[in-house]
Every structure is written in structure tokens, then in C-alpha cells.
Design a protein around this ligand. Structure first.
Ligand code: 5GP
Ligand code: MG
Length: 173
């Protein structure tokens, strides 16, 4: 049996997202779009986009789907594009949003795709950062929370496709 200890409750997450929206609105151009990485970021983006609305930012929202951990708790190491964003991104200012930056491979992979497509300015926002796990050096502009090397689930983030519906974030042991 695995155990689940609460790491961030619903209110803590909401409070931090309101702050993040302020930080974003104060430091990047008005005409950015959000590009989310599925599936883990869908709940975060639902809340972040509405927090941005409250600070008068109205980004278009698109998604790309990258390969995932599957049923494991550790990454296979290789990233693939499972589903592309159908919109032409050239010249667009993009806020790339993911749930977690861990080794940095997913963000680096997505970033390379976006640079190949000649996007305009590019910023990166993640809800959770695990800096101790970094293998690829990626610049992350906006971080919700910095956490230790633990495996988390909830708030859109799964463990073997479970727990995405939790309104809070737990550590899975
Ligand atoms: P990276 O490519 O930086 O190693 O990993 C990023 C991706 O791995 C995230 O988008 C997320 O999907 C997944 N990931 C990293 N840490 C965790 C975790 O603690 N729990 C879950 N469920 N996924 C994680
Ligand atoms: Mg992911």
C-alpha cells in the first residue's frame, strides 16, 4: 500500500496562483499566449488562466501533449511529442506552462520545438520545481513552489493515472 501525505492544500495553491498571476502580468508582454503541456498542467492552467483574468490578462490557451511516466514513478528519460498544438506559433509570445520541472528534459524538449517554430518571446512557468533533480539546465521564469525530491500527485498530476481529481497535492510514498 502506498501512503499519501498532504503537501499543499487547496487554499495554499490558490493563494500562490493569485501571486503568480500578478508576477506574470507585471513582467511579461500583454499579448502572450499560454501553451500548456498535457496532461499534468490542465488543472493548474484552469486556475492560472482565471487568476490572469483577474489581473486583466486574457491569453489564448493551447496545449501540446508530451510522453509521460506511464505507470512508473520514474521517467523513461526520453521525451516524445504525442500530440501537437494545431496553431501556427511563429512570432507568437508564448508562456510555456507545465506542472513540474524535474530533470528539465520535458521543458528543454518543448522549448526546442518552440524555438524551431520561431516563436517570439518565450517564458516558462511551472507549478512545482524540483531543483535537486535537474539534469538539463533550463531557465524557469515563474515557479509556484520549490519542493524536495519527492513524488507528488493531485491537482491534475497523476500517479499511474490516478489522483488527478484531488484539489490538493500529496506526496506518494
Ligand atoms: P522532467 O522532464 O523535467 O524530468 O519531468 C517533467 C515531467 O515529469 C512533468 O511534466 C511531470 O509530468 C513528470 N513528473 C516529474 N515529477 C513528477 C512527480 O513527482 N509526479 C508526477 N506524477 N509526475 C512527475
Ligand atoms: Mg508532465
Amino acid at each position: 500500500m502506498s501512503s499519501h501525505v498532504k503537501l499543499f492544500d487547496e487554499q495554499e495553491i490558490q493563494n500562490r496562483i493569485e501571486e503568480l498571476a500578478q508576477e506574470i502580468s507585471q513582467s511579461i508582454s500583454n499579448d502572450f499566449m499560454i501553451l500548456g503541456l498535457l496532461k499534468g498542467s490542465f488543472v493548474f492552467i484552469a486556475d492560472l488562466s482565471r487568476a490572469l483574468y483577474r489581473v486583466d490578462r486574457h491569453p489564448e490557451i493551447e496545449f501540446m501533449r508530451l510522453s509521460s511516466y506511464g505507470l512508473e514513478k520514474t521517467s523513461a528519460g526520453e521525451v516524445h511529442l504525442l500530440g501537437d498544438c494545431p496553431t501556427d506559433l511563429s512570432g507568437r509570445h508564448v508562456l510555456l506552462v507545465d506542472d513540474i520541472v524535474d530533470t528539465g528534459r520535458s521543458i528543454a524538449y518543448a522549448r526546442a520545438i518552440l524555438e524551431q517554430r520561431e516563436v517570439g518571446q518565450l517564458w516558462i512557468c511551472v507549478l512545482l520545481d524540483k531543483p535537486n533533480r535537474r539534469e538539463v539546465d533550463v531557465r524557469v521564469d515563474f515557479v509556484g513552489f520549490t519542493i524536495d525530491d519527492v513524488f507528488v500527485a493531485g491537482y491534475g498530476i497523476d500517479y499511474a493515472e490516478k489522483f488527478r481529481e484531488l484539489p490538493h497535492i500529496v506526496v506518494v510514498d
